[in-house]
Design a protein around this ligand. Structure first.
Ligand SMILES: Cc1cc2nc3c(=O)[nH]c(=O)nc-3n(C[C@H](O)[C@H](O)[C@H](O)COP(=O)(O)OP(=O)(O)OC[C@H]3O[C@@H](n4cnc5c(N)ncnc54)[C@H](O)[C@@H]3O)c2cc1C
Ligand code: SF4
Length: 536
């Protein structure tokens, strides 16, 4: 398989039931996030005898009401993928959402296709989400032919390899996984040692964006006839969903995604490291790659993206702190959270380690809040179905953590609003990294921060109704009192955590009058959030 290293081997293919038919014809069922030419289910495909099958189904658009840009992106990418396969000579059966006979479910459409083509076998690849894997267990019964589910080999670390790595370890830390992956792939390695003598250049990647810095434009991919047809369909069917459909300019083919990656490597990667954690008003993209939509549905290959970034460093076109930072996100975080997901599901999806129960305030849907940071991230997400990592973690995620919002509601929000959202990557990031609801499995400490952090990393506070320097007054930044209230609420839980002992000590040393004022302000803020018309 091109470009994919299966560290430590991968899980064997699974056959549901035994082969009973002898006819040669096989149906290759490609799901919407399996748009890679080298997906396992197409590996030995033969245009002379195989039929490739894709289906747009209502249940996939409705298990959460996705952002319309995500639906449009996936349907357009699927239709383009089908066209590319046809151009290669394959017979492609493609069912559109508005096909009158469409049953609305993956299993239902597969059963119809099996009947239509009288095939002997179905070959597909393991899905990204537990929910779909569960569904697949019924497909053979529904179709009456054997269904072969092949391992998804597009990840750099196979599921079985992650299980082997995790086996016997007391704690699973991304940093050690990442080092192992660097050794195994040879990425940024020199004579067995990490390039530059260090594994991690994160400390150099926390600069605040200087005023007046020139930000390179992000390439736009104007809708062609296929995308325009999809946009019309989505506008008609999903107008009530969160988010805007106008100004669609995402890459929807492998060729366009490759162009977007090249553009990032040439123009934004060199500065990616320095300002990886920075945020700026009305500047949603900064130096980020914006490749997650393409990676997650298969238009880009993760190991290839890492190798291309490494090549830029070796050619002297990008500094090591930037390239290491970028590779760590993909080789480290992306693979790690996927490993955790499959290791711990379905139990992981029910964790609520901090017993958080507050409902999601309405402003997460409308963006109507006087908190400039939240307003920026939410309105930008409405428009583009994207926010960069620190916005997701330290603004919307941090607020949800401090305010004790219910992880189920927060998870659902993250699944709905982002074009790159799939449960295998969204869930460990939200429930684990942002909400610390997973008992510290993904992050050894909660990413809790007061307004001072947001002020240090952004220019949001300057244009805010609230005063970031104040914690208790009527216009005090809500993050400040909520931060100390969070520490106070979980003081006992965190006192034994070496990475949390400093804030716990800080809280304990604080004069009683200050503690009382902070908790009173936090109680008032939380009371506002409990109201139907919560307005902060
Ligand atoms: C609460 C929360 C929810 C998130 N939900 C998703 C999600 O549904 N889908 C998703 O793809 N990412 C998710 N992320 C991770 C990250 O925010 C996005 O991958 C990133 O913002 C995508 O933008 P980009 O392509 O410009 O990334 P860049 O900043 O340019 O990073 C490059 C690539 O690294 C990978 N990456 C970076 N950070 C992570 C991470 N923490 N976990 C996994 N991969 C990572 C992505 O594939 C990304 O495209 C979430 C993060 C948080 C904190
Ligand atoms: S003052 Fe507080 S609420 Fe306002 S932008 Fe800054 S951190 Fe956000």
């Amino acid at each position: 398989m091109k470009n994919v290293l299966h560290v430590g081997g991968s899980a064997p293919s699974t056959y549901i039931g035994a082969m009973k038919h002898s006819r040669k014809s096989r149906l290759r069922f490609i799901l919407g996030d399996q748009l890679s030419r080298d997906i396992a289910s197409l590996r030995d495909a033969n245009p002379a005898i195989d039929i490739v099958f894709l289906a747009e189904v209502a249940e996939e658009t409705a298990y959460v009401p996705h952002h319309p840009k995500k639906i449009a992106f996936l349907f357009s990418a699927m239709r383009h993928f089908a066209e590319d396969l046809r151009a290669e000579g394959f017979t492609v059966d493609y069912v559109k959402l508005d096909d009158r006979q469409n049953t609305g479910s993956l299993g239902g459409e597969l059963a119809r296709a099996v009947k239509r083509h009288a095939v002997a076998t179905v070959i597909t690849s393991a899905p990204g989400e537990f929910r779909v894997l569960d569904d697949m267990q019924h497909w053979e019964k529904m179709c009456g032919v054997p269904v072969e589910i092949r391992d998804d080999t597009r990840f750099i670390c196979g599921r079985q390899a992650f299980r082997t790595w995790a086996g016997g370890r007391r704690g699973l830390r991304m940093e050690f996984f990442y080092r192992d992956m660097r050794r195994r792939t040879g990425l940024l390695m020199e004579d067995g040692e990490p390039a530059g003598g260090r594994w991690n250049f994160d400390a150099e990647n926390r600069k605040r964006l200087p005023a007046g810095i020139r930000l390179p434009p992000v390439p736009r991919f104007e809708p062609d006839a296929i995308t325009r047809a999809v946009l019309a369909l989505v506008a008609a069917r999903f107008a009530g969903h969160f988010g805007r459909l106008d100004d669609f300019a995402l890459p929807v083919t492998a060729a366009d995604a490759a162009h977007a990656l090249d553009d990032f490597i040439a123009n934004r990667l060199p500065a990616f490291g320095d300002w990886q954690d920075a945020m700026a008003a009305d500047e949603p993209h900064l130096f980020h790659s914006l490749i997650s939509t393409s990676l997650n549905c298969g238009l880009l290959d993760p190991l290839d993206a890492c190798r291309r970034a490494e090549a830029a460093w070796r050619a002297g076109a990008a500094p090591l702190n930037a390239v290491e930072g970028f590779i760590r996100q993909i080789l480290g975080w992306r693979e790690f959270v996927r490993g955790i997901y499959w290791l711990r599901m379905p139990e992981y999806g029910t964790r609520n380690g901090l017993a958080a129960t507050r409902r999601l305030p309405e402003f997460y849907w409308t963006g109507e809040t006087r908190m400039a940071c939240l307003r920026q991230v939410i309105t930008q997400t409405q428009a583009s179905a994207h926010a960069h990592h620190i916005q997701r973690l330290m603004v919307t995620g941090n607020f949800a953590l401090l305010a004790g919002l219910d992880p189920d509601a927060v998870d659902e929000w993250y699944m709905i609003v982002f074009a790159d959202a799939y449960e295998w990557v969204e869930l460990p990031n939200t429930r684990g990294m942002a909400l610390h609801a997973d008992h510290g499995e993904v992050g050894s400490k909660p990413y809790a921060a007061s307004g001072a952090y947001i002020n240090r990393m952004s220019n949001y506070c300057g244009g805010c109704h609230y005063d970031v320097a104040d914690a208790t007054g009527p216009r005090a930044c809500p993050f400040n009192a909520l931060y100390w209230d969070f520490i106070a609420r979980h003081e006992k839980r965190f006192e034994a955590n070496p990475r949390m002992s400093m804030p716990v000590r800080g809280w304990r040393k604080m004069p009683a009058a200050k503690q009382t004022a902070l908790r009173a302000r936090a109680a008032w803020l939380l009371e506002q959030l409990n109201r139907e018309d919560a307005s902060l």
